[in-house]
Design a protein around this ligand. Structure first.
Ligand SMILES: Nc1ncnc2c1ncn2[C@@H]1O[C@H](COP(=O)(O)OP(=O)(O)O)[C@@H](O)[C@H]1O
Ligand SMILES: [Mg+2]
Length: 275
């Protein structure tokens, strides 16, 4: 397979000057926005083992960016590189290669799982599609162990699980092929506070154990503190701050960042925290 190489090949992921336009809307009152850019000439580089938080108000383009990085929707312009190889736009083969490295945890992951399907079938699906492995119980057990679920859930359907258990299955599904990088779109926003903390700790442990990078979207900065060492603040389709999390928390440069921090009054950075 012939794959174009990027000048930024030292980075694991490189978003090279992408533009993503709004698709045509079926709602007449939104027609005037049709075709306008959500992201315009947007660039970003991510290292393989770094954990990065992406924060911004609703509608600023966070999900659009994640979907563009993943190649879920065709780009209006620009390119995405992984390990220096162009994957967007790219061939089916390069996309398959890419999916083995970069996985996605969608917003509200539980509702993205078929409720009547058994957990073992949900976990086997990416193995069959991306790893070409024989169905092997050991893979399933390891994935469940990573997310601290008992193997007894394998024969249950998603509808039979609690919200927290289903969330863990969604995470196990993304982790089972051992990706190098995980893109997570507000994976904890639908959960209550104790569950959020549990999933946050789980993500941190899994990322460290597997040497896996993470780009995690959240509108709640407190979830990212202690998890992500680098933080991106996004507004209106652009990154307005890109600095270590601790620096942003202690001395935000931008008025918009200050407003986001003010929305989390209980936020305080633990001493000796690495995030
Ligand atoms: N499929 C779509 N059709 C039309 N507009 C869209 C679509 N997806 C996103 N948008 C618009 O693009 C902007 C960014 O959306 P999104 O990336 O979902 O923001 P965020 O995830 O930061 O809340 C919003 O103004 C949203 O209305
Ligand atoms: Mg979103």
């Amino acid at each position: 397979m012939k794959i174009a190489h990027s000048p930024e090949s030292q980075h694991f992921l490189h978003v090279d000057c992408i533009t993503q336009n709004r698709p045509a809307s079926s709602f007449p009152w939104q027609k005037k926005k049709d075709g306008s850019a959500i992201l315009q000439n947007f660039s970003l580089s991510l290292k393989q083992d770094e954990r990065v938080g992406l924060v911004g108000c609703s509608g600023c383009g966070k999900s659009t960016l994640l979907k563009a990085i993943l190649g879920l929707e065709p780009l209006t312009g620009g390119m995405i590189y992984c390990e220096g190889k162009r994957v967007q736009p790219g061939s089916v083969a390069s996309l398959l290669w890419y999916r083995q490295r970069v996985q996605y945890l969608p917003q509200d992951p539980v509702s993205s799982l078929p409720p009547m399907q058994k957990v073992k079938d949900i976990l086997n699906e990416p193995l069959n599609r991306l790893r070409n492995t024989k169905k092997d119980a050991i893979y399933l057990r390891n994935a469940l162990e990573q997310v601290e679920l008992s193997h007894h859930v394998l024969d249950k359907s998603i509808a039979q699980l609690s919200g927290g258990q289903a969330q863990r299955v969604a995470l196990a599904r993304a982790l089972i092929i051992k990706p190098d990088y995980l893109l997570a779109d507000e994976p904890v926003s639908g959960l209550d506070l104790p569950l959020r903390e549990q999933i946050k700790t789980l993500l941190l442990n899994v990322a460290k154990e597997n040497n896996m990078g993470l780009l995690m979207v959240s509108h709640d900065i407190s979830i990212l503190v202690g998890l992500c060492e680098r933080m991106l603040i996004m507004a209106d389709g652009q990154i307005i701050e890109d600095r270590p999390t601790a620096e942003i928390i202690h001395s935000p440069h931008h008025q918009h960042t200050r407003q986001l921090l003010d929305a989390v009054p209980e936020l305080s950075l633990p001493v000796g925290n690495d995030g």
